[in-house]
Design a protein around this ligand. Sequence first.
Ligand code: AHR
Length: 506
Amino acid sequence: MRNARLTLDPAFTVAPVPRRLFGSFVEHMGRCVYTGIFEPDHPTADEDGFRTDVLELTKELGPTVVRYPGGNFVSGFDWEDSVGPREARPRRIDRAWRSVETNQFGLAEFDAWARKVGTEPMMAVNLGTRGMQDACNLLEYSNHTAGTKYSDLRIAHGAKDPFGIKLWCLGNELDGPWQTGHKTAHEYGRLAAETGRAMRQIDPDIELVAVGSSSRSMPTFGAWESTVLELAYDTVDYVSLHAYYQEDDDTKDAGSFLASAVDMDLFIEQVVATADAVRARGKHSKFINLSFDEWNVWYQTRPHHGPGVEPWDVAPRVIEDEYSVTDAVVVGTLLNSLLRHSDRVTIGAQAQLVNVIGLLRSEPGGDAWKQSIAHPFEQVRRLASGTVLRVASTSDTYATERFGDVDVVDSSATYDEETQTLSLFLANRDLEDSATVTVDLRGFDVSRVVTAKVLAATDGQDRHTTNASGAHDQVGLRPLQDATVTDGVATIVLPALSWAAVQISA
Ligand code: AHR
């Protein structure tokens, strides 16, 4: 048995829970849009061609914000192709994913879909092959009321009301040599500053995200953020971070994979330090917050394409990773990392929503289901409420190849003063042993466990079990029996390799 001791106090707070932390991402990539959220011929399709089975699952997940339309896709995207009468929209080459984009789903469809889901859109502009004028045209089309070329075009296309999009990404991963229109930090910083400034002249209320590093391992990491923010500090509100984690299929180093949140913690703290150094040098008063707008488990070393995929297919099977119990535990710890840093990370988007490294999966003409990684996302989005607490934690450790000794138990916590409810999110990273977590919560007037759910392999399963097609409900949440509170101290026993959500109330 492994052990951890956590101490919580109402006075030890991080920040109010940022609702935008629980976002997702829809890219025109593989089958995320086509046969993911949009499939007019599907038996469940509604009048807009949206799959209502996927829509209902999305509503259950409840992403608070959804980034769109890419991703690498956006760096070659001409948004004008995706608006107006569908029959007149051109089929175009999508260089990023070597597929064909039919443009049957575009801006108006995304706006309608986001409204049905009840989520906030986060729109990326193309700063790869295009620039300031096109970004401004898109903003005018989306947000200007009427009486100008692009707002009237939107109205002529049937959308009388503006989309009213507040959150805008100034391009995508332009630090990456794979990106169409890849730039140096200086080239990008100038372009972001001038594009952002021009966009603000059209709509002063928008919030702008500058492209940060595509991962902490980029050779330009740190220097990129520093230069870009030197050039664009006054214009932008956020800098982005992207990170994908995987267990190495060759070394099978599960311990390091389970400790991925250590890397995410470091990444966030290093970007905060860099942004704050620019703030100090530039004598700026505002802070730049962080938008972790792509993160997930992604097995990048596995085949990129599914069987039978040819270049220039429409909606090919691309990176349709199937997620296991282990992956779900890692996702739980990554959510913990975001919550731990919620004073500065105020936007998050788990990439992507469906099929492409998806929280959800769907089959063309067939059914739709939640992958294992959807469960921690959904629970944290539902239960994290009020204020994020600073958790003082001592835990048994385990040795990892990549990160040295790492805590066996990873945690985060929130407290909702209104409902007097504490929410704890806990992961046991030990592959063999259960862990007893003792939580000192004497500073709170709480005494009763109201929810205790756990995700772990059950009898007959192992840590690689997935919710594969045809066996959709193998990995899910079940009640956690071993959670009690006595005299202000909670005792929670987590099975080996598990993730749990526990709510304790007055
Ligand atoms: O989410 C998949 C891809 O990963 C995105 O298109 C890109 O931004 C990132 O490299």
